[in-house]
Design a protein around this ligand. Structure first.
Ligand SMILES: [Zn+2]
Length: 389
């Protein structure tokens, strides 16, 4: 009750100002009297703990003028922050009904009402409100962004893609990135049905809106690989390296399969060596070590890994080092000890997350294209550092 009184303070202040101003105008005397009755009735309801009725009367008592509109918004926002959405809705609907408000306040009222509907999970009503604001200079971008969030929650990828012209006009990189991922979602469905042309077209669209979408190239590589077009698949994987070096360790094994199919392993290992030198990624190191072992022998591989671990120690690198020692024909006793160490290291790594979201820090052992916590796209990447890459 006291809390609500505090919340209604801006209304009461606005009312006081309004009544004071109007008291000097004799012609408005009867109107003022009527408002005064509504105000008293509102307060009576408030004190008898009938808060919703109190709000109805107080809203009517406080005529929305240019000078009091901010007090209304402040009150509604306080209601929303307290989780009292029905009350916030009531105030914002009241504001939307005011015909005489300046355009900016009208748009603000519609936008805030849309946010109330969104918070209440009434997506269709929020969607209708946000659509009304698409041409607004102040709320156009925010409304587009909210609409894309709605379509992401409801998986209405086509609806989001229908906004592509409006999104392209904004040149907003985050929105373009989201749009590209909507195309990728449709491409994933088409990929499951092996619709080659459809997948390529959708992914071309994704890349035209966001050339940095590594997911688009990742999917493109899958469809090419499924159709034995390994050269094209390799180009896509190389493009991913240019787009997103932090995500790249996850594609190394798939890339290797394509190079093997082309009988071009030498070229692959040259590329992987470059990746290792530029990024220090442990996945690249381990892949390259297998090549050194095969071509130059175990001793050269051991020298290489020792230098690498000195330069940049990681648990996965250490595990591989232990495995190399085990394969080296050590005495039975030493082999058993090494096996214990290897098992301990494996157990340690098994409880560590492989991915972290670069936007919000969410950790996961599974990869998601959209972060389950902050819902940003393509932000889950292999963890760097001692426990990761
Ligand atoms: Zn996140």
């Amino acid at each position: 009750m006291l809390g609500l009184l505090f919340l209604l303070l801006p209304v009461a202040m606005g009312y006081g100002w309004f009544m004071g101003r109007n008291s000097v105008k004799q012609n408005d005397h009867s109107a003022t009297q009527e408002l005064s009755i509504k105000y008293s009735t509102g307060l009576n309801y408030l004190f008898s703990n009938q808060q919703d009725k109190a709000i109805d009367y107080l809203l009517e008592a406080l005529k929305v003028e240019d000078d009091t509109v901010e007090a209304h918004f402040a009150m509604a926002n306080l209601f929303r922050r307290r989780g009292e959405l029905d009350r916030a809705l009531k105030v914002h609907e009241h504001l939307v009904r005011q015909k005489h408000l300046p355009n900016s306040a009208k748009q603000q009222a519609v936008f805030e009402l849309a946010k109330d509907f969104l918070s209440a999970g009434l997506y269709d009503r929020a969607e209708a409100m946000f659509h009304k604001l698409l041409k607004s200079k102040i709320y156009g971008l925010k409304s587009l962004s909210s609409l894309m969030k709605i379509y992401q929650s409801t998986k209405d990828w086509q609806q989001g893609i229908a906004l592509k012209k409006a999104i392209a006009k904004t040149r907003d990189t985050k929105l373009l990135h989201t749009l590209a991922n909507f195309y990728c979602e449709l491409a994933t469905l088409a990929l499951e049905k092996d619709e080659f042309i459809e997948v390529i077209e959708l992914l071309d669209n994704a890349l035209s809106h966001d050339p940095n979408s590594s997911r688009a190239n990742w999917l493109m590589a899958q469809i090419y690989e499924n159709h034995q077009q390994y050269n094209e698949a390799c180009q896509c994987y190389k493009a991913i390296y240019e787009q997103d070096k932090e995500f790249f360790p996850d594609v190394i094994d798939k890339m290797f399969i394509c190079y093997q199919a082309l009988d071009a392993e030498e070229e692959f290992f040259q590329f992987i060596r470059k990746v290792y030198e530029e990024t220090g990624a442990t996945s690249a190191l381990i892949k390259y070590l297998s090549h050194i072992e095969q071509v130059k022998g175990v001793n050269q591989a051991k020298k290489f890994i020792l230098t690498a671990l000195n330069r940049r120690p990681t648990i996965r690198g250490f595990k591989y080092f232990v495995k190399m020692q085990m394969n080296d024909g050590e005495s039975e006793n030493t082999s058993e000890n090494l096996e214990v160490i290897r098992e301990l290291v494996s157990a340690y790594l098994n409880v560590k997350h492989r991915y972290s979201c670069r936007s919000c820090g969410f950790n996961s052992s599974t990869h998601y294209w959209s972060c389950p916590s902050c819902h940003d796209w393509e932000q889950l990447k292999p963890i760097r550092g001692l426990d990761g890459e």
